[in-house]
Design a protein around this ligand. Structure first.
Ligand code: FES
Ligand SMILES: [Fe+2]
Length: 353
């Protein structure tokens, strides 16, 4: 087997690259967007979420969604235990009030016209709603959230999977999701048994912003979801066009098209790096073959069986780190996950600048 050094010839571009290890709390991840909550789970009360090993409080203030570190600058109380008063977030401990920009506008113990010390304010973090979820960037965004045209394609139904908690890093899940050399082994119980073990050479096309890529990989699978296989009208092994579009740090859409049946299933997945040992996975299937709730449930059950096969592997990896230096063997079949490591290296270096 040919074993390639990671990023052969490109290390010069990343002089600090040799010391990088990617975990859910790597500082460079602060400069990226992360999903933290389904938008319908935020009502009128503040909600505590965990991201990058830190607690954050998410609130609606004056119609806008805001995010702050869940730590009052006075005596470190959890702001998420407070409430919304006067369009401000009120700390539960001594009643300080913070507006949507993080400015502390009222300290009850000092009275109405008191001078507020500059250290009393909170730092507001970047917030946006995308794909029905609240995303936050606690630093300076290095790139946008991946744009997914399928999201607004009216021919595709949105079939959500339940959010899944993982005992692995977000990068380890993404690494698995992008990888297609594991299909015949890990997914032998679902779609993988008809897959070729041999990975034909393929291209990785970098995106213009340098924080994403696309891979097209036509191949064949056993299509157990096709009802015409049982009647003998279609063969079990069918051609499938597979396209991955990845955007940093942990968002990918995997578009699967089966020309024989006309089925399109675009699996959009994004991962929340919670802390060093946990992540949360959000998945929606954008499909043209699920017009009824029963068919949608069937699709969820099948995809969940596929996911369980992946979880059995990634929840039990050696540790929760991805070394970006020497320490993992790579082959030409791993081109896309090598590109993933290159992009993550670049993102991690934003913390040094
Ligand atoms: S700890 Fe928040 S107001 Fe005192
Ligand atoms: Fe898999």
């Amino acid at each position: 087997m040919l074993v390639l050094p990671l990023f052969s010839g490109s290390c010069k571009n990343y002089p600090e690259y040799m010391s990088q290890v990617l975990t859910n709390t790597s500082p460079g991840l602060s400069n990226a967007w992360h999903p933290v909550l389904h938008v319908s789970d935020l009502g009128n009360e503040p909600v505590r979420v965990e991201l990058l090993g830190e607690p954050w409080v998410v609130t609606r203030l004056n119609g806008d969604i805001t995010a702050f570190l869940d730590k009052c600058p006075h005596r470190n109380a959890r702001l998420s235990e407070g409430k919304v008063v006067n369009n401000s977030l009120q700390c539960p401990y001594h009643g300080w009030e913070f507006d949507g920009t993080g400015r502390c506008g009222f300290i009850p113990a000092l009275g109405k016209d008191a001078t507020i010390p500059p250290t009393a304010h909170l730092q507001a973090r970047h917030v946006q709603v995308m794909y029905d979820h609240i995303w936050i960037c606690v630093g300076t965004p290095a790139c946008d959230i991946l744009d997914v045209p399928e999201w607004t394609d009216s021919s595709l139904a949105h079939v959500w999977m339940p959010a899944v908690d993982l005992k692995a890093s977000a990068a380890q899940f993404m690494d698995n999701f992008l990888d297609f050399g594991h299909f015949p082994f890990v997914h032998a119980g679902t779609f993988g048994s008809g897959e070729d073990e041999h990975i034909v050479d393929y291209e990785v096309q970098r995106s213009d912003n340098g924080y994403g890529f696309r891979v097209d990989y036509p191949h064949t699978i056993e299509n157990n979801e096709d009802p015409l296989v049982k009647t003998g009208e279609h063969p079990l092994v069918q051609p499938r066009n597979m396209t991955y579009v990845y955007g940093a740090p942990f968002t990918t859409i995997l578009r699967l098209e089966l020309p024989l049946t006309g089925v399109v299933n675009a699996i959009l997945t994004f991962v929340q790096p919670i802390n060093d040992n946990h992540s949360r996975l959000y998945t929606v299937m954008l499909r043209n073959d699920c017009p009824t709730p029963e068919l949608a449930q069937e699709a969820i059950d099948y995809e969940f069986a596929v996911l369980q096969e992946d979880i059995k592997i990634i929840d039990y990896l050696y540790d929760h780190k991805i070394p970006l230096e020497a320490g993992q063997a790579h082959t030409r079949a791993d081109k896309n996950t090598i590109e993933f490591r290159r992009i993550m290296t670049k993102l991690l270096l934003t913390a040094k600048g």
